[in-house]
Ligand binder design. Structure first.
Ligand SMILES: Cc1cc2nc3c(=O)[nH]c(=O)nc-3n(C[C@H](O)[C@H](O)[C@H](O)COP(=O)(O)O)c2cc1C
Length: 184
């Protein structure tokens, strides 16, 4: 697939076939592609956690167990579980934070975002559907504990991945024209 075509045709997709799951070989290829992202000082701040099978439910339970009392309801727990189990694979892209340099932390976050986009594009090239998600699940102390992350590590993305439930995606792919200020 031509790069420009891949850039334009990749779309977030949240509807996955429960099986088959992408093979480990495919997942290794898309994660390896992620690591070619630019990163200042070559810090390579990304870490990848691949969850499939029962691990998705276990992560959901860990997040549920860390809910504040006013949000800890059976409905909320079910919603968390449904979210994490909607795709056969969930890849957590984690920024491993080292030191106290605010500039480096920001630049490393940017590098992890680039890595996530690489991963999404590679998944697209492999014929997978995928979606980047963050929200409360990414900020949960239960997720931090389950994944064994450091106190300052940050979940940059949960990438939901699998084969699409149906071929094609009805979502509107349009973008506004780029806002460009030319300074000749
Ligand atoms: C940092 C980041 C966080 C995102 N978090 C969510 C999310 O929590 N839930 C969601 O449905 N989509 C999330 N998305 C996906 C965007 O909603 C999606 O990229 C946007 O609607 C454009 O659609 P496209 O990816 O098909 O071009 C996120 C994307 C980025 C870059």
């Amino acid at each position: 697939m031509d790069l420009y075509e891949a850039l334009r045709t990749r779309r977030s997709s949240g509807a996955f076939a429960p099986a088959p799951a992408p093979s480990r070989e495919v997942l290794e290829r898309v994660i390896e592609a992620a690591t070619w992202a630019p990163n200042h000082h070559r810090t390579e701040p990304w870490r990848f956690h691949v969850l499939s099978g029962d691990a998705r439910g276990a992560l959901a339970r860990a997040i549920g167990n860390a809910l504040p009392p006013d949000r800890d309801t059976p409905g909320e727990r079910d919603a968390i579980r449904a979210k994490l189990e909607r795709s056969p694979v969930v890849i957590a892209v984690v920024q491993h934070v080292t030191g106290d340099d605010a500039v480096r932390t920001l630049e490393d976050y940017a590098a992890c975002a680039c890595a996530t986009q690489n991963l999404l594009l590679a998944a697209h090239a492999e014929g997978l559907a995928a979606k980047w998600s963050t929200g409360k699940l990414a900020r949960s102390p239960g997720a931090t504990a389950y994944l064994g992350l450091g106190a300052r590590d940050r979940i940059v993305a949960y990438v939901y991945a699998g084969y699409a439930a149906q071929p094609g995606d009805p979502r509107d792919p349009q973008r506004a024209p780029a806002a460009i200020a030319w300074h000749p």
